[in-house]
Design a protein around this ligand. Structure first.
Ligand code: ARG
Length: 267
């Protein structure tokens, strides 16, 4: 995770961002802290990357890379405003002993690349390219399923689809192309289907540990549907970070098979 020390909305690269609407950085930090504290309370280990001045979107750590079995596929951002974040995250991983593969193709890390058990679901249409999906499959050796996003409000896969466990997902069908919707129906016939009301508060931008699901408390239908499935929904208000177009999941990059710092030989 990355503390939103320098969070603001100074440019516009998605429909949620309005530089004319004031942001409250202290409030963003407090909301982020609550998310952090909740993870800790649930027993999860959190690593931090230092925020860099001039990179207000760096708080959205999910975009910084994709980690699969300890292998890091670096982000290569679409917009120049975020370009410098890719190398910053890559350096963090390299320093900690991860095997880092530098991506040649445009991709925004776990914002568009979600792991469901042995499958990887990859979004395209707004940010991550299909060439990146192919490159990623070669790097990690897992099947990468391309899904096309069609609604600019849901510009990253993690705004339209949430992974609940190694076999379960929730998603908002209207965010996907016809064909991609059919792929999702085929692969996940029992998926939780989010309503438009859930989706437009970025309710799907949540994080599940297989039991607890951290989500936007305004996604009430989704929370009820998750509880009915036996999950424990935990609402965390990240309204200030929503002004940049992100929620809990955007703020969280999962270290899939984290390299234990104790095992890394010092230089
Ligand atoms: N302002 C950021 C952007 O448009 C928000 C990124 C949100 N992150 C995410 N994983 N969906 O790039």
């Amino acid at each position: 995770m990355c503390r939103p020390t320098y969070f603001t909305v100074s440019y516009e690269i998605n429909p949620w961002m309005h530089p004319s609407v004031p942001t409250d950085t202290a409030k963003a930090v407090a909301q982020w802290q609550e998310l952090y504290d909740t993870y800790v309370r649930l027993g999860h280990r959190i690593e931090l990357i230092d925020p860099l001045e001039g990179l207000p979107d760096m708080v959205y750590a999910a975009n910084g890379a994709l980690v699969s079995d300890g292998v890091v596929y670096t982000a290569k951002f679409t917009y120049p405003e975020r370009m410098a974040e890719g190398p910053a995250y890559a350096e963090w991983f390299a320093e900690r002993g991860y095997r880092v593969h530098t991506a040649a193709e445009t991709n925004e890390g776990e914002g568009d690349i979600l792991t469901v058990g042995d499958l990887v679901l990859a979004g395209t249409g707004f940010r991550t390219s299909t060439a990146a999906h192919k490159e990623l499959q070669e790097v990690i050796g897992k099947p990468v399923i391309s899904l096309t996003l069609v609604d600019p409000r849901f510009y990253h896969l993690d705004t339209a689809l949430m992974v609940l466990s190694d076999t379960e997902i929730a998603y908002y069908p209207a965010a996907f192309s016809d064909g991609s919707r059919r792929v999702l129906e085929r692969l996940f016939p029992d998926a939780v289907i989010a309503t438009e009301d859930d989706a437009v508060v970025l309710g799907l931008n949540g994080v599940s540990d297989g039991r607890h699901v951290i989500h936007n408390p305004r996604a009430t239908h989704l929370a009820a549907a998750l509880a009915e499935r036996g999950f424990e929904p935990i609402g965390i208000d990240t309204s200030e970070l929503l002004k940049g177009g992100g929620g809990a999941k955007c703020c969280t990059l999962e270290l899939r098979a984290a390299v234990d710092a104790a095992e890394v030989p010092s230089a």
